[in-house]
Design a protein around this ligand. Structure first.
Ligand code: PFF
Length: 456
């Protein structure tokens, strides 16, 4: 298999378009929905600190590795892994890394779409003024009523899946690129408004302290694994999403600079979401550890009390939907490109088939919030299992192998050529990080979580 110089699927119009698209993939439910709730469940500051360290020493170096592999291969992750391993004279089995990414993408999107469906439902609830003047109990009631209805959850999940597949079917420039260009900046502005609101609540200081003063006594071993898993999830790493976006990247754009921008924007949005949410949690005596419903039972309280709240609430949930949308498209892109390349399918046909498969898998998550809520494995519902397996196991493993591939399998000259870091020290630092620090870091966190490091 030879390595094409350009992707048959298209190319971003500029490096900015790449940054926006990759930031669109990174910034999503992970930042606004998941980060606050897992921070709340894992005790706050210490968890946030571990997450930030993982972004810096594991996430950023691996993102650079994933982008460089993608741009050099210029194909779907499965075929990219095959041709780059051939180029390096190594086993074609590395294509398995592409496969595990496709599977992880399907699993993630299946439940991601259900949660995005909650946000869709909230656009309308907020729009008709349902939260106006509501107290904490009423807001919680509205949320549990939604979860109790499999029909409604299924309907919203279906709508979101259709939305996702429509954009993916339109392809790189006219679909993906157009959507993110406009939406990302608006989301950012609205988050600033929300943080501004939270600053005026009496509990802002408490929220800040919860997020930023670490108490390691509150962080379990599993919590450390969850923090690392989230670094992968939030940056869209370890499953080929960033790899396929890298394959559409123009030749001359700098991988290091664009990576810093993407990771920086992603981290900023997560911290802002935390700063908007926790003060409201404490001001209303709510539980930070409320779980996946956290933003759905806190933010509506703020919208219910602020002037123009129905308007801001509607706008906010619209933006959450858009943030989820620009991420969800990247979760199927690796599979769709493979079907087009290897089976000669039209993009549209590939989208229909993968969309149906993911939608069907999502029914499991829909039911896990109601009819199947008592069916658990290792104490986890279907939704919990999908999330735990992908974020905390499959993505970090995928990232581990991506690091190993870039640092130990590919030829140093090829890697250097692709990264084109002018600064020698910068290149060396990156190399030490992907060669030793990231693989060891991931392995240590895994061993720690299963208790091996604490025997006896
Ligand atoms: N990064 C996205 C978020 O934070 O919501 C989720 C995600 C997208 C994870 C794409 C993995 C991925 F490949």
């Amino acid at each position: 298999m030879t390595r094409p110089r350009t992707s048959i699927h298209g190319e971003w119009s500029s490096r900015w378009a790449f940054v926006l698209a990759a930031a669109g993939s990174a910034v999503g439910l992970g930042n606004i929905w998941k980060f606050p709730y897992i921070t709340g469940e894992n005790g706050g500051g210490a968890f946030v600190l571990v997450y930030l360290v993982c972004i810096a020493v594991i996430g950023i170096p691996i993102m650079m590795a994933e982008v460089l592999i993608g741009r050099r291969g210029r194909q779907s992750p499965i075929n990219t892994m095959t041709s780059l391993s051939e180029e390096a004279g190594k086993s074609r089995r590395w294509s398995l890394l592409g496969w595990s990414g496709v599977v992880a993408g399907f699993m993630i999107l299946s439940y991601y779409s259900v949660i995005a469906g909650w946000a869709l439902a909230y656009v309308f609830r907020s729009g008709i003024g349902m939260f106006h003047g509501a107290d904490a109990d009423q807001v919680a009631g509205i949320f549990s009523e939604l979860l109790a209805s499999p029909e409604r959850l299924l309907a919203w999940h279906t709508i979101f899946m259709v939305m996702t597949m429509v954009v993916v079917a339109r392809g790189v420039r006219s679909g993906l690129e157009k959507a993110v260009r406009f939406l990302m900046p608006v989301l950012f502005i609205l988050l600033i408004v929300m943080v501004g609101y939270a600053m005026n609540t009496a509990a802002f200081g408490k929220g800040v302290a919860f997020l930023f003063s670490p108490d390691f006594g509150k962080l379990s071993r599993d919590g450390v694994l969850i923090a690392m898993g989230h670094a992968f999830f939030t940056l869209s790493l370890g499953m080929g999403a960033i790899m396929i976006y890298g394959s559409y990247m123009p030749e001359r754009a700098s991988i290091a600079k664009t990576t810093f921008m993407i990771a920086g924007a992603d981290t900023l949005v997560a911290l802002m979401a935390g700063l908007a949410i926790f003060p409201i949690v404490f001001a209303n005596n709510l539980e930070p550890s409320a779980g996946p419903g956290l933003i759905f039972v806190t933010l509506p309280l703020a919208f219910g009390q602020m002037p123009g709240g129905s308007f801001f609430g509607t706008l906010f949930f619209i933006l959450v939907v858009f943030a989820a949308w620009t991420s969800s498209i990247s979760l199927v892109e690796p599979a769709v490109t493979w079907m087009v390349e290897n089976h000669g399918m039209r993009r549209l046909t590939a989208c229909v088939w993968s969309g149906i498969a993911i939608w069907a898998l999502g029914i499991g998550s829909v039911l896990s919030f109601n009819v199947w809520s008592d069916y658990t494995l290792f104490g986890k519902t279907f939704f919990d299992l999908m999330d735990y397996l992908t974020s905390n196991i499959m993505l970090p493993l995928g990232g581990l192998f991506i690091a190993i591939f870039a640092a130990w399998v590919m030829k140093d000259a090829d890697v250097r050529d692709e990264l084109a870091i002018v600064n020698k020290l910068g290149y060396r630092l990156w190399r030490v990080l992907v060669r030793y620090v990231t693989p060891l870091g991931v392995i240590i966190v895994f061993l720690n979580a299963i208790g091996v490091l604490h025997a006896g």
